[in-house]
Write a protein that binds this ligand. Structure first.
Ligand code: ADP
Ligand code: MG
Length: 238
């Protein structure tokens, strides 16, 4: 069963088309990386999958269901952004539990689910702290736990590590990969960093100028670039 399917999806802002005829089938449980230079349309694609942006043309399916015009709440997706946007006045537990509070989950159940999500990313000792007391990596884990707590089928991660230093970024990559394996969910991950894409992806989608240049495993893309753009992008230093 495919998890997310885009059929001829286009996005225009006014007269400007920023995504052109995107056809993509993402398998259930796949780790798919959207890779490409700044401005190529990665975030717009993610926002359309999340339902935060309308689709100008084409169709989107999730688990076989047409979600083209549905509200974000009708999609079982959770998104983690580059700026993790934690609520500074709330404890870690309240930050993680926020989506459950919005969904009116009862307090004891909420606590149970928050603890379970925190345990997945080793945050149990920090539940009573505030974001300002945490390191960058810990804050990013809070953002992951807040996404996890909704038990989404599809995780959308838009450059989640780009604010972290190089060493932490490598460690967090491994954590995200581990999370993917243990949860068995579909992850769609955006980066402009080819090394990050190659280490994480089952398949890479290389975008440029709003168009897919190549879709393939990291090996496919390294060994058989389909055009000069791909060869140049992959060959260039990070
Ligand atoms: P990426 O995430 O790959 O850097 P984006 O998806 O953010 O790229 O942007 C793709 C293109 O769409 C860019 O040219 C950007 O300026 C344009 N764009 C994005 N959002 C809007 C918007 N709300 N209004 C107009 N143009 C936009
Ligand atoms: Mg972006």
């Amino acid at each position: 069963m495919s998890s997310v399917t885009l059929e001829g999806v286009e996005k225009s802002f006014g007269a400007v088309t920023v995504l052109k005829a995107i056809d993509l089938e993402i398998a259930d449980g796949e780790f798919l990386v959207l890779l490409g230079p700044s401005g190529c349309g990665k975030s717009t694609t993610m926002r359309m999958i999340a339902g935060l942006e309308t689709i100008s043309r084409g169709t989107m399916l999730m688990g076989g269901r047409d979600v083209t015009n549905t509200h974000p709440r009708e999609r079982n997706v959770a998104m983690v952004f580059q700026n993790y946007a934690l609520y500074p006045h709330m404890t870690v537990a309240d930050n993680i539990g926020y989506p459950l509070r919005v969904a009116k989950v009862e307090k004891a159940e909420r606590r149970r689910q928050v603890e379970a999500a925190a345990a997945r990313v080793d945050l149990e000792p920090y539940l009573k702290r505030y974001p300002r007391d945490l390191s960058g990596g810990q804050r990013q884990r809070v953002a992951l736990a807040r996404a996890l707590v909704r038990d989404p089928e599809v995780f959308l991660l838009d450059e989640p590590l780009s604010n972290l230093d190089a060493k932490l970024r490598v460690a967090m990559r491994a954590e995200i990969k581990h999370l993917h394996r243990t949860l068995g969910v579909t992850m769609i991950y955006v980066t402009h960093d080819q090394i990050e894409a190659m280490t994480l992806a089952d398949r890479v989608v290389l975008l440029s100028g709003g168009e897919i240049q190549q879709v393939g495993t990291p090996d496919d893309i390294y060994d058989d670039p389909e055009n000069l753009f791909v060869a140049g992008f992959i060959g260039s230093p990070p």
